[in-house]
Design a protein around this ligand. Structure first.
Ligand SMILES: Nc1ncnc2c1ncn2[C@@H]1O[C@H](COP(=O)(O)OP(=O)(O)OP(=O)(O)O)[C@@H](O)[C@H]1O
Length: 232
């Protein structure tokens, strides 16, 4: 078992956005997370990684309660968040971005994904090694941010719109890489996506949120039997 949310209530200040959100994600599984703008997708990921406090309920990683733990401790346990359109050092080259994060995340032995591995997983970064991150296209920066979030020993990666700014063939490549990482390294992933059809192709489970409540939770096969738009 990897990640479990039990009746999570969370929001901003005194205000609750999430109402009793519960889900479980096992090793190696990918969960596609859909919902309209403002439904509570990012808020869910923020609560899991610790950017906002949980007002009620529990979050467990491998059976251990992590809600209330400092963000750094959750990162150490392998939680990774790829925020939308953020997450690179803009003034540094691709190589320096990767080297710096690798030095922090891959220290010691037993790291699942080392510096050289990310170039193999995301070959487009090889030719961009010397490029200044902030001067690259949005899609290229997104690929680099994804690479940085993989370095070390990720257990569960939380991805916010990773396909933003990517041309269609790169979307398929990125999604293929997400799937490969999950399956071969037993990493689990939550994927917030507006490209529903592409996300569905790599998903084991589907979850839809509406006004802070989970209105659908099921396997991909179950999701394929319904009209997802009825739940938005
Ligand atoms: N920092 C914040 N302070 C107060 N309210 C916020 C904050 N961030 C988000 N919200 C509110 O929380 C609700 C859920 O927002 P959230 O960002 O989780 O939606 P989302 O499903 O990720 O939407 P999108 O697809 O547009 O990113 C919205 O009503 C939003 O206005």
């Amino acid at each position: 078992m990897t990640l479990e949310a039990r009746n999570v209530v969370a929001g901003y200040g005194d205000k609750s956005i999430l109402e009793q959100v519960s889900f479980t994600l096992q090793d190696g599984e990918t969960l596609a997370f859909f919902g309209h703008n403002g439904a509570g997708k990012s808020t869910t990921l923020k609560a899991v990684v610790g950017l906002i406090p949980v007002q009620a309920g529990e979050i467990l990683l491998d059976g251990e309660r992590i809600d209330g733990m400092p963000i750094a401790d959750r990162l150490e346990r392998g939680l990774r968040l790829l925020p939308e359109r953020r997450g690179v050092f803009p003034d540094l080259s691709v190589k320096d971005n990767i080297d710096i994060v690798a030095r922090r995340n891959c220290a010691g032995s037993g790291s699942k994904i080392a510096r050289d591995d990310v170039y193999e997983l995301l070959p487009m970064l090889k030719s961009l090694r010397g490029a200044t991150a902030g001067a690259m296209s949005g899609g290229q920066q997104q690929m680099l941010a994804f690479a940085l979030c993989l370095l070390g020993s990720p257990r569960c990666i939380l991805l916010e719109e990773p396909s933003v700014g990517l041309q269609p063939d790169l979307v398929e490549q990125l999604f293929g890489t997400i799937r490969e990482v999950c399956v071969t390294l037993a990493v689990s992933a939550i994927l917030i996506e507006h490209r529903i059809a592409s996300a569905m192709r790599i998903a084991d489970h589907v979850m839809i949120i509406n006004s802070g409540r989970l209105v659908f939770r099921g396997t991909r096969a179950e999701a394929e039997t319904i009209n997802l738009w009825d739940y938005f």
